[in-house]
Design a protein around this ligand. Structure first.
Ligand code: 13P
Length: 253
């Protein structure tokens, strides 16, 4: 079965101590993950080692960065390179979150560089795509997301694209409480998989997890994750509450 992933995106929230406590409380729930299931925690940079130590030896649990530089190394004050993440054994990195695109000017071509650097360092990109409200209202979301994928990912060879996790996050559903309906999520995920199939073939496309993000909570996770092309979620607000995120992990197929 395709990997199913519940990914927490803490964004710029929680102090170090609050982060430690959240992980402690969550791990007390002792949710046993099946071989194809993952619980991933995208925490702020200064917490990566702490989170790695807490999750050490817990099957299926892993840490993610929330971003990395599009440069390999050098005089780029304030940036964090993929190679640095590799040197502390970070297995995942969120790339191209809509907040990075909107507030930090990241475009599809910059993201293509970041994807390459992560893969070179054996880090799985959790590549975010998704349309703003005016694009959805114009019913142009499929073309919009297709362009994001094409410009950032479709330069990859077959064996490289298989290492990617995609997160579809419609911007109008992020932090708004306005979740895409299960039907809207499934329709877009199916389209993304068809788009991957057209470029890479069905067997590759069927291996790539596609997560849904945007106001996922314990109460709607099962319905969303129940859709055949929805392979879990990338969760903001609800991941800041241990019991809420625990119920999201439990909703994985
Ligand atoms: P919310 O779950 O708070 O809507 O955020 C979604 C998100 O941006 C995850 O990356």
């Amino acid at each position: 079965m395709r990997q199913q992933i519940a990914a927490a995106n803490w964004k710029m929230n929680l102090t170090y101590q609050q982060g430690e406590q959240l992980l402690d409380v969550l791990l007390k729930e002792a949710i046993a993950l099946k071989d194809h299931q993952r619980a991933v925690f995208a925490v702020p940079f200064p917490y990566l080692i702490m989170a790695t130590q807490k999750l050490d030896g817990k099957k299926g649990y892993a840490v993610s960065a929330q971003n990395c530089s599009d440069k390999k190394s050098g005089a780029y004050t304030g940036e964090v390179a993929a190679e640095m993440l590799k040197s502390i054994n970070i297995p995942y990195c969120v790339l191209g979150h809509s907040e990075r695109r909107e507030y930090f000017g990241e475009d599809n071509l910059t993201l293509a560089q970041k994807v390459l650097l992560c893969l070179e360092n054996n880090i799985t990109p959790i590549f975010c795509c998704g349309e703003p409200l005016h694009i959805r209202e114009a019913n142009a979301q499929q073309e919009f997301v297709a362009t994001q994928l094409k410009e950032s990912l479709f330069g990859l060879a077959d064996d490289a694209i298989r290492k990617i996790v995609i997160a579809y996050e419609p911007i109008w559903a992020i932090g708004t409480g306005r979740t895409a309906s299960a039907a809207q999520a499934q329709e877009m995920h199916k389209h993304i998989r068809e788009f991957l199939t057209a470029k890479y073939g069905a067997s590759t496309a069927n291996e790539i997890p596609i997560l849904y993000g945007g106001s996922v909570k314990g109460a709607n996770a099962s319905e969303l994750f129940g859709c055949s092309d929805v392979d879990g979620g990338l969760v903001g607000g609800a991941s800041l509450n241990a019991s809420e995120f625990a119920s999201i992990i439990r909703a994985l197929k």
